[in-house]
Design a protein around this ligand. Structure first.
Ligand SMILES: *Cc1c(COP(=O)(O)O)cnc(C)c1O
Length: 469
């Protein structure tokens, strides 16, 4: 017999040695699972495990031992009933990490979500009059007080807010925007695409690095509905640059009877320069510069839940509220509950103390070093080469590009930093860390106090397990 057919016949033997689906379903462990999670889940796991075993055999392996096959099946069942959305420890030092859910909420916001979720609420019920009310009032008055706006409306997110404004006020008409502001925010939010989806026609003016008032002026026609300013929130153009100010755009808009809308992106309600950062545009500044409508996110520097906030002229916001799209873009009660609690922190002048995003921004290197030192000490005792280093955290989330905050973090020297960060991601709860100069860096700035214990144990557990194949 040739070696090839030898291998082939042992492969066939291994295939035949695999138990049949029906036979596996009789196993008492799997029958117990079937009672718990239903036949469909068990059947899927059995089939998937058998498929994997067959693939192994085709790749030259033998048939798995029955106990191992059973383990593989139960692991698949367990995995399929585990939630896929779980808590993650953010040790990256990136405060508004878009992939990690952006802003964590304050305790008050959480409590508000809890109360609104587990009870009935006056979401759309006027308790004074005993009749139907509006869900929008819960954020409107606070936003008016905080920004000085005549009116405010909250929708699903800022992308929706911008789309909504363009749709409602510029559909089938022209919107003029500077070429220097045709940004992509990430996750596919591209200003030109949003414009074309809204049904407005985009008229680009100026160049990537320089746009002047005259460029806008020359592009105005009877088809123009709106001038759009987009805050280039996640990149910076340096060198030979010029952008038209909002005030200049406003003067032009008045002159030609056009609307002026400002997509601010983050929209900080606290002055970022007070925290050693560059100045991030504030919504109230846009209004005083003459913007008719301003849109910004709820879960960037505001530090609240995902939503899009539109503030501006009462008559314009009223038109948005009556627009059919308002219903499609409306926020749910949990979002409104969290937003209201978050906005109240600003009103009560306690935002920097109570909102996690601002707590993280305002933590100084000394305070962070005091948190990092005992971590390094403990991990050293476990045999890791841990050291407190001076490095930098970033804001992230398309806010304040290039701006950093000095931090003190723990650096872990290991043979393979890539392997360690991968193992940390596989921990429960997953730990996301960054690599800097061939070291794994754990930045305390974004590690929430209630995650500290799990972080300390997680790093030790992963280290004890040693490198995986
Ligand atoms: C982030 C951002 C958006 C999108 O906001 P979401 O709340 O993520 O929908 C739109 N425009 C700008 C300028 C942004 O920075």
């Amino acid at each position: 017999m040739s070696p090839v057919s030898d291998a082939e016949s042992s492969m066939h033997a291994a295939m035949r040695a695999l138990p049949a689906v029906e036979e596996l379903l009789q196993n008492h462990t799997l029958r117990a699972y079937e009672r718990k999670v239903g036949r469909g889940v068990v059947l899927d796991a059995v089939r998937a495990a058998l498929d994997a075993a067959r693939a192994d055999i085709r790749a030259g392996g033998g048939a798995p031992m029955p106990a191992l096959l059973l383990d593989a099946i139960t692991e698949r069942i367990e995995q399929s009933i585990r939630p896929t959305l779980t808590r993650v420890i953010n040790a990256t030092g990136v405060i508004l990490h878009t992939n990690l859910g952006r802003a964590p909420l304050s305790q008050d916001a959480l409590q508000a979500i809890h109360d609104a979720a587990t009870s009935y609420s006056n979401l759309e019920y006027d308790l004074d009059a005993g009749e139907r009310g509006s869900r929008y009032i819960h954020a409107r008055e606070l936003l008016k007080k905080l920004t000085g706006a005549q009116a405010a409306l909250v929708v699903n997110n800022n992308a929706a807010a911008v789309m909504f404004i363009l749709r409602a006020f510029a559909q089938q008409r022209e919107v003029i925007v500077s070429r220097g502001q045709l940004v992509e925010i990430g996750g596919g939010f591209r200003v030109p695409d949003v414009l074309s989806e809204s049904g407005a026609r985009m008229v680009e003016v100026g160049t990537t690095n320089r746009t002047r008032v005259a460029d806008f002026e020359n592009a105005v026609s009877e088809k123009t509905a709106l001038l759009l300013r987009v805050h280039p929130s996640n990149f910076r153009v340096v060198g030979f640059t010029e952008e038209v100010t909002l005030a200049e755009m406003s003067a032009l808009a008045r002159k030609h009877n056009l609307l002026l809308a400002d997509d601010l992106g983050s929209g900080a309600l606290l002055e970022t320069s007070a925290f050693g950062l560059a100045h991030e545009p504030m919504p109230q500044e846009s209004l005083s510069a003459g913007a008719d409508l301003v849109a910004f996110s709820g879960d960037k520097l505001l530090g609240g839940p995902q939503c899009g906030i539109i503030i501006g002229k009462a008559e314009l916001v009223a038109r948005l509220e009556k627009h059919p799209l308002a219903r499609a873009l409306r926020v749910d009660k949990l979002t409104l509950a969290a937003l209201q609690a978050t906005l109240l922190h600003y009103l009560k002048n306690e935002a920097a103390q109570k909102i996690p995003v601002w707590q993280m921004i305002s933590a100084n290197a000394d305070a962070l070093g005091k948190r990092a030192a005992p971590w390094a000490e403990r991990w050293n005792k476990s045999g890791l080469a841990a050291q407190v280093i001076d490095t930098f955290s970033t804001i992230g989330g398309g806010s304040l590009p290039g701006e950093t905050l000095p931090t003190r973090a723990v650096s872990l020297a290991v043979a393979s930093p890539d392997a360690l960060v991968a193992q940390l991601r596989a921990n429960e709860p997953p730990i996301v860390a960054r690599i800097e100069n061939q070291r794994v860096v754990i930045d305390p700035r974004t590690v929430l106090p209630h995650d500290e214990g799990a972080l300390l144990e997680g790093i030790e557990r992963v280290w004890r397990m040693g490198p995986r194949a």
